[in-house]
Ligand binder design. Sequence first.
Ligand SMILES: [Zn+2]
Length: 687
Amino acid sequence: MNKTLLSFCWIGSVFFSSVIAGSQETHPASTPALPYSPSLDLTSMDRLVDPCADLYHYSCGGWQKKNPIPPDQTSWSVYSKLYEDNLNFLRGILEEAALSTHSRDAVTQKIGDFYAACMDEAAAEKRGLSAIQTELDAIAKLKSAREMTSLIARLQMVYGGKILFAAGSTQDPDNAEEVIAQLDQGGLGLPDRDYYTKEDAKSKEIRDRYVDHVQKIFELLGDNAQTARANAETVMRLETALAKASLTRVERRDPYKLKHKMKLADLNQLASNVDWSAYYREGQYPSFDILNVAPPDFFKEVNTLLASEPFDNWKTYLRFHVVDSASSYLSSKFVLENFAFYRKYLRGAKEQQPRWKRCVSYTDSNLAEALGQAYVAKVFSPELKQSTLDMVAHMEAAMEQRIRQLDWMSPETKEEALTKLHGIRNKIGYPDKWRDYSSVEIVRSDFIGDIEHSHEFESHRDINKIGKPVDHGEWQMSPPTVNAYYDSPMNDINFPAGVLQPPLYDAKMDDAPNYGDTGGTIGHELTHGFDDEGSQFDAKGNLRNWWTKDDREKFDSKTKCVQDQYAQYVVVDDIHVNSALTLGEDVADLGGEILAYTAWKDAAKNKDLQPVDGLTPEQRFFVGFAQWACENDRPEELRVRATTDPHSPAADRINGVVVNMPEFSQAFSCKAGQAMTRAPEKVCKVW
Ligand SMILES: [Zn+2]
């Protein structure tokens, strides 16, 4: 689904799109259990650091020293380490599922054969480019831009929004219970439109290296060096034009900038060089009248380019994007080139990930709720679900209490805020109803075919929602995902089973570190409903202003305090946090932790809490909070995130929060003037 208004939280995304073939694998003997580490780990601390000077390094200094970044990773964190544990665990499940010698149920056959097909490196090597020859032949046969429309619809089903633009379904911003068609910007090979427009030396170097990469892909397709170079420059020129017509990430945080509902007839007028009837017919869309065109200016530019560019240039563009998108699934020379540019050069990885890791991730992303069933059955008990729901109830009660007590908000707006809070759906662990993959053909002799079939299935599933009431049970993350999200048009919070494991949520540990960590994550997601972006949607998920003018102005000045604070922080080298981009996450981090503290104090009010290991209960709450974010990053990875990631760097997500919590200064007896304390009039507080 073309979800532009999800707050995918906490760690941002895990990047697996550009990894490459590995060497010979060893097989684990059997499914290992998930390894245990506690939600408060004393060995992860560095007690030589003064917590009042730097809580993050006090809590995570030991972790950072004992956890260097593995050569196949671009960063290494508590979250990515847990995801790696999940991959290992899932590998055991998949290797067992791949054994075709005994009888298997339908779900086991799908995940087992998908994984087996992916692991068959020799078959991928033997097949080479012929795996996508059908697509390349179709591109070669094209004769006109209008004729190209049908092929684009087909290619997007498999390769998504890298093929000129993105398309699919979305909730109607005015009536979130209904699903409508949507078009959105896309078509780029670099991670963001800013890569094409920035004029600093590093951005220019990245563009040069990208053109080299595109040239190499054309050479791998058989073009001579001179033709390949000319083709690469054509691709770069077209993408630059698309990038310039694209909204920035900051602009895309304004939901009104993405809302342009129109009739199909209006679209024909907006971009008449595209044969939209053919496009929607080929894409097998249900019939519809209204669609949302997220940025109309982008489609005006597409229209202009379709007329002004010699048609052969479009064939060149499509050839590159089909191969580049498929590279990770082809023979080793393509896999290697993909790794060399996207993961090694852009993000700083030293080595390719072993093939099994990539194959487990592909199974997780392509057959998410098939593999997820096996995962949930083994690691997520009904008791764990219930205890998480209890914590959510405490967090929501804390939020209600805080809203009622706000001294700056009028009673009318408070009523609306409480209605919204009570309207939030809590989705914990896994979906109530599993996605049915029975129509997806998966065979162990055709990996690229399996990829295509699963992508087509997802595309059809998405498109077939158009014209129907929204399905509130749907999830956007697979159960083993170590992440969580809030979804504004759905008004729901979603916690996959993968993020509810130790050391993040630790059933063996007491409340203090668990509230500091997972309580804070729940509070973070709840607060997204009330950050600068989420607060523009009402309880039903509709884009509707429920604020009085005066309250909104006060709210804006409170979020401005947070924005100014984070603008001071540095991501890497001389690049500062783009705090207009990170504002929603920063507000959610702050609000979430205040909520967690309030809820924990409430849950602990009749308990006799004692110091443990030389830390008071309050200190353990804050160390538990900080330790979710222990992390090491490669500078290249940080540079990509500075442009693309709506989250601030890990240390700022911890220290930037506690400077605004007097409860922290009190817990560690910090003195005025120390780095983690602020004068009361300088403290930022929104919720
Ligand atoms: Zn978030």
